[in-house]
Design a protein around this ligand. Structure first.
Ligand code: ZN
Ligand code: ZN
Length: 419
């Protein structure tokens, strides 16, 4: 068995891994990197000999390049049902908004969606000489890890994963001992997350404080997952005030509500959404800013979306707040807001008077959880991907010092590894 690392080597973005055995040739994820203005793709491979494409989850850094394979061929796309639907939403949006050249169009996306063969989490299936099982990854709804056996070897590809349960999802459980290799993400390889319950309580306390003083809390959140998780937290802790949800988060919510099987507590998801006011017009948007309440809207890093309108309307007033609940990539408007307390109000960067606070609602494992996972997996080879190179190097030293693993690889792009 061989794996070829086509992307996400020493970087977060453009995840893509080709796996070949004596009889099979599959691709696991084929995402893009959007950190620069133009999307960056993984190393290209021929689609002709591909037996199937397996997709861990819908985020564009895992799914955004897949339509390329549907220009001249139609490989089978294997993933969960909800991942098919969310990928379609996200890639459609990418095509619509892209001001740069994309090597595919809507037609290829349509062919990709038509080629999808949904599989359930925990189901086993065979693909030529491979035995494959999807396992819950606990990252976003429908996210899965791939446990693959072939050529007498066992391998696990985690994709993005989280072992801590959230309001919406059960945490991932990894109890497959004696793997030949684990390909594991290291987004937060060197960082420990704060205790989840404590984060939730601090967040709810701060929200209640602002709303009871007559203020508005604006929560920039990623459309898929984070917006709905925040909504569930607010509802379960019974916060005061009206809760508004706007932008593409509503489209993601509609998909979620149509797929009850993917949630830990569907009735909480349903009740939280019933309570929320779905904003659909500019008059409603303006109205939402005028009374005390909570507004959840994408984008999570303030790079686009309706949230920019809400920030402009509320940020000058001391009684309001902007609570960031997503990771803020350097140089994004969200990172500038967090670091310097400023925002670009249409051409002019000015100081923000509203309270600004960041809360760690991560959907990835932290250092402690990654160490534990690798210990449990007891794999002969540990392949670290989806992380910044210097952080992965530090993490490798920890793994060696604590004698958790010996053969640890931080691959280069294009590196082929024999399992
Ligand atoms: Zn992800
Ligand atoms: Zn990712």
């Amino acid at each position: 068995m061989k794996v070829n690392i086509l992307g996400a080597a020493g970087e977060i973005g453009r995840s893509a891994i080709q796996l070949t055995t004596s009889n099979s040739n599959i691709l696991m994820d084929y995402g893009i990197s959007l950190s620069k203005n133009e999307p960056k793709f993984p190393i290209s491979i021929s689609s002709k000999e591909l037996d199937a494409i397996l997709l861990t989850h819908a985020h564009l850094d895992h799914s955004g390049g897949i339509p390329i394979f549907y220009v001249s061929t139609k490989p089978r796309l294997i993933t969960t049902k909800i991942t098919v639907e969310i990928s379609e939403l996200l890639i459609k949006d990418l095509i619509k908004l892209s001001s740069y050249y994309l090597p595919y169009e809507s037609l290829e996306l349509t062919n990709m969606i038509k080629s999808a063969k949904p599989v359930s989490i925990n189901d086993h299936f065979r693909l030529k000489d491979l035995s494959i099982q999807l396992l819950n990854a606990g990252h976003i709804p429908g996210s899965s890890m791939f446990f693959i056996e072939g050529d007498g070897k066992k391998i696990l590809y985690t994709g993005d994963f989280n072992v801590i349960s959230t309001k919406m999802l059960h945490g991932a459980q990894i109890d497959i001992p004696y793997l030949d290799a684990i390909i594991i993400e290291g987004t937060y390889a060197t960082i420990d997350h704060e205790d989840r319950t404590k984060v939730e309580r601090d967040f709810v306390y701060s929200v209640n404080e602002i709303v009871s003083n007559g203020g508005t809390v604006v929560i920039p959140a990623f459309s898929v997952g984070r917006a709905q998780e925040i909504l569930c937290v607010l509802h379960q802790y019974n916060v005061k005030g009206k809760i508004y949800i706007d932008g593409m988060a509503k489209d993601a919510s509609s998909i979620f509500l149509n797929n009850p099987d993917f949630f830990r507590d569907y009735s909480l998801l349903l009740e939280a959404h019933k309570r929320a006011i779905w904003v659909n017009s500019w008059s409603e948007r303006r109205k939402a800013c005028k009374e005390p309440g909570i507004i959840i809207a994408p984008a999570g890093m303030l790079k686009g979306g309706n949230v920019r309108f809400y920030v402009k309307k509320t940020a000058k007033d001391h009684k309001n707040a902007i609570f960031l609940v997503s990771y803020q990539v350097e140089d994004t408007p969200g990172a500038m807001l967090m670091k310097n307390g400023v925002y670009n109000f249409g051409g002019k960067t000015e100081k923000v008077n509203a309270r600004i606070k960041w809360f760690d609602f991560s959907s990835h494992c932290g250092n402690k959880e990654l160490l534990h996972t690798i210990k449990m997996a007891n794999a002969k080879k540990v392949i670290l991907v989806h992380g910044e190179k210097n952080k992965l190097e530090k993490f490798k030293i920890i793994l060696q010092d604590e004698k958790i693993a010996e053969d640890i690889i931080i691959p280069e792009v294009g590196e082929e590894i024999s399992i």
